[in-house]
Design a protein around this ligand. Structure first.
Ligand code: AMP
Length: 112
């Protein structure tokens, strides 16, 4: 999508701190980290949020979770939280599916 911030990050139009990339997904450091380790993993193809995942695009979500498992191992991160906010009330500010990966500090539950 031409006016999507994360599509512009995928295309390189907006710079980002790359953590990982393959044909299907891109991982980059969050610009406002909420933990010592905080990166986002996104599909390269535009999907608005988890609410738009269906049989036609769910394979990329499974792939993203494989990538999260692999990249966290490579970073030596053994305990972490994966979060995806869906919709305004849940705190989604960028309407392109993304999974936050947070680690490196104690986490509380329930989340705020
Ligand atoms: P959410 O609020 O769950 O939609 O998450 C969006 C995340 O994108 C926030 O944590 C922002 O800090 C992050 N973000 C926004 N713009 C950028 C950017 N240009 N580069 C990296 N992260 C960004």
């Amino acid at each position: 999508m031409s006016d999507c911030l994360f599509c512009k990050i995928v295309s390189g139009e907006i710079p980002s701190g790359k953590v990982y990339e393959d044909d299907l997904c891109y991982a980059f450091k969050d610009i406002a980290p909420q933990a010592p380790t905080h990166f986002l993993v996104i599909p390269k193809a535009h999907i608005g949020s988890v609410a738009e995942v269906d049989g036609s695009n769910s394979a990329v979500v499974a792939h993203i979770f494989e990538v999260i498992a692999r990249v966290t191992k490579e970073l030596g991160v053994g305990s972490y939280r994966v979060v995806s906010n869906i919709g305004e009330q849940a705190g989604q500010s960028v309407p392109h599916l993304h999974f936050h990966v947070l680690a490196g500090r104690d986490m509380t539950w329930p989340p705020g």
